[in-house]
Write a protein that binds this ligand. Structure first.
Ligand code: NAD
Length: 361
């Protein structure tokens, strides 16, 4: 198969961690007989340095010509970087918002996996985490409260602020379908999270999700109120497979779920649109505090590349091979500094990439 992949190395640790993910992808290509065709794209601070803006229209055009985009992270130290002297719409992060909009990326996927080998980093009790857990949070990314009408007005001498939470049935249907499709590749369970006891938008959400569930008889659907879900994530995280939820609930729950897994350097993510196209990136930022030191953990980016193979290219065996290689390397005791613990062997970014690539067979 020929895979055309846009690569945005980005800023800070971005180039270091993306280089390792490409090393692993190249090894997958070699072992499984795929041709990888990379188009290196500039975004964020790296684009500001060359073009004066964080994302050019030409870069968007080239990204659209790719089957998927693999990204590091963008941005610098807000206190010291000259990029933050610019107007807000010219700063590195503006590129991220612009590309998400231009590519219509409405579904954000964040896996929260607790590896047996890293369970020491999990703040939950051992009896809860025994055997690890593996869930996927699917958050709607372009609607809801963050994109609704808002205003602040003075009413009868009292300052009053309004934010509106709006979803139409089409927006709900397209993300629900995505969640059920992904559940079909996993343990076939969707937990749809809402606040249907209070909110009209949640009642519509529930109705549409139930309609979509009718098209997926092999998938079990359950509904859960968001307050209960926040509790269940720390009480019994093993019960979840795919969690489907709207923008703000997903923002909060995905952070909660990722915290219970341990290090930010392990957290992959994907943003998808209605086609097979996706933007794949680690959940963390550009970590300017450790950039250039060769110590950043590349695993989140490598696991994001595995998600890319699974969701944009339907290469499940290849994605499984990467995930297994990561688990094997961890089991053998290799650790970057952020996940280091007593008795383990500390390695840098490049060595971690070498080890994972070497385990792809
Ligand atoms: P950050 O995620 O970059 O760093 C937070 C902490 O986690 C730091 O101590 C860092 O060293 C550590 N860390 C992050 N990734 C790591 C990795 N792979 N291995 C080891 N340690 C890692 O968050 P921040 O410091 O708040 O933000 C730094 C910059 O990143 C800012 O400019 C911010 O806007 C940007 N940012 C970009 C994205 C993105 O590109 N999607 C996301 C979040 C933040």
């Amino acid at each position: 198969m020929n895979l055309k992949i846009g690569v945005i190395k980005g800023d800070g640790i971005g180039p270091e961690i993306v280089t390792e993910a490409m090393k692993v992808l190249d090894k997958v290509g070699e072992v499984y007989g795929h041709t990888l065709d990379y188009d290196q794209l500039l975004m964020g601070g790296a684009s500001i340095d060359v073009h004066g803006v964080p994302l050019t229209d030409d870069t968007i055009r080239r990204a659209k010509e790719c089957d998927a985009v693999l990204m590091g992270s963008i941005g610098g130290d807000a206190k010291t970087s000259p990029w933050y002297q610019l107007e807000p719409d010219k700063r590195p992060e503006a590129g991220l918002l612009k590309i998400r909009k231009a590519l219509n990326l409405f579904a954000n996927l964040r896996p929260a996996v607790l590896y047996e080998e890293l369970k020491g980093a999990c703040p939950l009790k051992e009896e809860i985490t025994e055997g690890g857990f593996d869930m996927m949070i699917m958050r709607e990314l372009t609607g809801g409260l963050y994109f609704g009408e808002r205003r602040t007005v003075e009413e009868n001498g009292v300052m009053t602020a309004y934010d509106s939470l709006t979803y139409n049935e089409n927006e709900i249907r397209r993300i629900a379908k995505r969640a059920f499709d992904i559940a079909m590749k996993r343990r076939r369970k969707v937990t749809s999270v809402d606040k249907a006891n209070v909110l009209d938008s949640s009642r519509l959400w529930r109705k549409v999700v139930e309609e979509v569930a009718g098209e997926y008889p092999e998938v079990t659907l359950e509904h859960m109120l968001v307050d209960n879900c926040a509790m269940q994530l720390v009480k019994d995280p093993k019960q979840f497979d795919v969690i489907l939820t709207e923008n703000m609930f997903g923002d909060i729950l995905s952070d909660e779920a990722s915290m219970v897994t341990g290090s930010i350097g392990m957290l992959a993510s994907a943003s998808l649109n209605e086609t097979k196209f996706g933007l794949y990136e680690p959940s963390g930022g550009s970590a300017p505090d450790i950039a250039g030191k060769g110590i950043a953990n590349p695993i989140a980016t490598i696991l994001s590349a595995a998600m890319m193979l699974r969701f944009s290219f339907d290469l499940d065996a290849e994605a499984d091979a990467i995930e297994k290689a990561v688990a094997d390397v961890l089991r053998e005791g290799w650790r970057t500094i952020d996940i280091m613990s007593d008795g383990k062997s500390q390695v840098g970014t490049e060595k971690m990439g070498d080890l994972i690539a070497a385990h792809i067979a």
